[in-house]
Write a protein that binds this ligand. Structure first.
Ligand code: ADP
Ligand code: MG
Length: 558
């Protein structure tokens, strides 16, 4: 069989039909119900505790860190107290060996070190001053309270949250595997390492990225209604949505006010259909799972998110390369190659290593629609050390990459569609013709060409949505909403610690908020309070006083 025929065969294996989509949505809805009934199901459906209030501490420097899976982000927000703030941001890739370190200490000491580097780089004067003060004041912690940087910790792994800055790690995902950390409070793990370095930093709040995204989007979306769902399509995939308390059948420990009738649920949908009732199973999906460190888990995520798509692609390419009679990356004579050269794959190419193909190259493949595929071929050289790939090579690579990307987008549509259907908002007269708003974040949805368009295409074929319903769904990027949200939660948490009075700050006004400068976001008067609102609501998720917050939200926003 020639390269083209074999490529077409592989592409067809990644087809996911309209019928399959509809079965997927039914199954997702059923698994959501199950997760609301009891623990230990595929979809964990974790109740989140949200409290907190902005309280006049609108001056000061707050920190936020975000452990997403691929990168560790550190940012600070200087609240100027005059309606502006400055945001400073840095990002480092997490070394792969730390993801499977022997002890939690190895990872968390690395994170603490990054916080120190960030403070020294961007806030050195402030930092040195605080460190100096540390030795001049002699309280038990070594710092005056006001000398401490408050930090919001966005931690995007399954956590049982038990307080605003307390959460027990349930299990690792996205290639992390540090058994030592499971069952421990991740805030404490980070705080211990921060203290070991003697940094003047307190972990003040813990937040899941999906919840941060939901809250951020609620305030930034253009309509009158808040978002119904916050979703991540980055290294991993997950979503958080607003559920009716009456639908949560399993026990929600702790006392909480039930007056709003709602609670935000963190679905942990990366584990949707671990039993493979409806998810596709190509040989390459199977191989990826077999070789992973959490076999049988996160089966949805393993077909959808950034960490895994490149690996699925790699496995298909490796299969093609094994077939002697298939002409992939091996034109024998320079006349066979329109670059008049012959193709060589370096032995150290990522194609021959597990996780060696970054999903980002799939975006390059999908975006390059030129006749000669010059950009993709250059990327194959630069990133995968395939020298002088022929046009036919690049065409095959592109076709398979697009098939995998398209399947991922259609599977993503299952989760979003099911939740939109569950909210009943598409046909809710009280929704008043407003779009049903969904906030998304993550490199995949942000950068993969037409990812959202392919989701919409899928929505149209889903029963109960159709063309009309699809037009009502509005998916908007809430870029780094989680990071910014976390810093503001730190602010809110600090105010709660100090038991300050609660100003009523939530505004009815929304606007499409912020224009992103590289490091400095100037916000208008209204925007600043909107951000405070984001923090407020996110904090609401993170602790036990959610009742007050949801009350305010309902009254002034919803
Ligand atoms: P995190 O999950 O750590 O918050 P991101 O949202 O940036 O981080 O997602 C990182 C993941 O997205 C990685 O798996 C990476 O391979 C993938 N990715 C990065 N850039 C792109 C791109 N341009 N197109 C598709 N996927 C990308
Ligand atoms: Mg992220």
């Amino acid at each position: 069989m020639g390269l083209t025929a074999e490529t077409n065969r592989i592409v067809r294996e990644f087809d996911y039909s309209d019928d399959q989509l509809n079965q997927g949505v039914s199954e997702f809805l059923a698994q959501m119900e199950l997760g609301l009934e009891k623990d230990g199901t595929s979809l964990s459906q974790i109740p989140t505790y949200v409290t907190g209030v902005p309280n006049g501490t609108e001056k000061g420097l707050y920190l936020a860190v975000d452990l997403g899976g691929t990168n560790f982000r550190v940012c600070s927000i200087q609240l100027n107290g005059d309606t502006t703030f400055n945001l400073t941001y840095s990002k480092v890739a997490i070394p792969r060996e730390l993801m499977t370190a022997k002890t939690a200490k190895e990872l968390f000491s690395f994170l603490a070190k990054q916080i120190e580097v960030f403070l020294r780089t961007h806030h050195n004067e402030h930092f040195e001053h605080r460190m100096r003060r540390r030795f001049t004041f002699s309280n038990p912690e070594g710092f005056q309270d006001e000398e401490i940087f408050r930090l919001g910790f966005t931690f995007s792994f399954p956590v049982q949250q038990i307080g605003i800055n307390k959460g027990i790690l349930m299990r690792w995902t996205k290639g992390f595997d540090i058994p030592d950390a499971v069952g421990k409070d991740v805030c404490e793990l980070l705080q211990t390492e921060i203290d070991r370095l003697g940094l003047p930093v307190k972990v003040a709040a813990l937040v899941n990225d999906t919840v941060g995204t939901l809250m951020a989007r609620s305030y930034t979306s253009p309509g009158k209604q808040g978002a119904v769902l916050g979703a991540i399509f980055g290294t991993g995939t997950n979503g958080a949505y607003i559920e009716k308390l009456a639908n949560i059948k399993k026990n929600v420990p702790g006392s909480f006010d039930k007056s709003t009738g709602d609670m935000v649920i963190n679905t942990e949908w990366g584990s949707f259909d671990n039993q493979l009732n409806v998810l596709p199973r190509t040989p390459w999906d199977h191989k990826l799972d077999e070789d992973s460190n959490n076999r049988g888990f996160q089966m949805f995520e393993k077909r959808v998110s950034g960490m895994f798509l490149g690996e699925i692609l790699r496995l298909t390419i490796v299969d093609l390369l094994k077939q002697e009679n298939i002409q992939l990356f091996r034109d024998a004579n320079s006349s066979h190659n329109d670059w008049v050269s012959t193709t060589t794959v370096a032995p150290e190419s990522g194609l021959f290593k597990q996780w060696g193909v970054d999903t980002a190259i799939m975006s390059v493949a999908a975006a390059d629609n030129t006749p000669s595929l010059g950009t993709l071929r250059q990327a194959l050289e630069d990133q995968l050390l395939v020298y002088s790939p022929s046009l036919e090579d690049a065409q095959a690579f592109k076709a398979i990459a697009e098939a995998i990307g398209r399947r991922a987008a259609r599977l993503s549509a299952i989760a979003v569609a099911a939740i939109v259907l569950k909210t009943g908002k598409l046909n809710d007269p009280s929704w008043d013709g407003e779009p049903v708003d969904v906030g998304v974040d993550g490199s995949l949805v942000e950068h993969y060409p037409y990812f959202r368009d392919m989701m919409y295409e899928a929505f149209k074929t889903i029963e109960g949505i159709g063309e009309e319903g699809a037009n009502k769904i509005q998916i908007g990027i809430a870029k780094d909403g989680s990071g910014v949200g976390a810093a503001l939660i730190a602010l809110v948490a600090t105010a709660m610690e100090k038991n300050q009075p609660t100003p009523e700050v939530l505004s009815k006004q929304r606007s499409s908020i912020f224009s992103v400068g590289r490091i400095r976001w100037e916000l208008s008067r209204v925007s600043w309070w909107q951000w405070a609102g984001v923090g407020l609501l996110t904090a609401f998720v993170a602790s036990r006083r959610r009742d007050y917050l949801f009350g305010l939200w309902r009254r002034y926003v919803a």
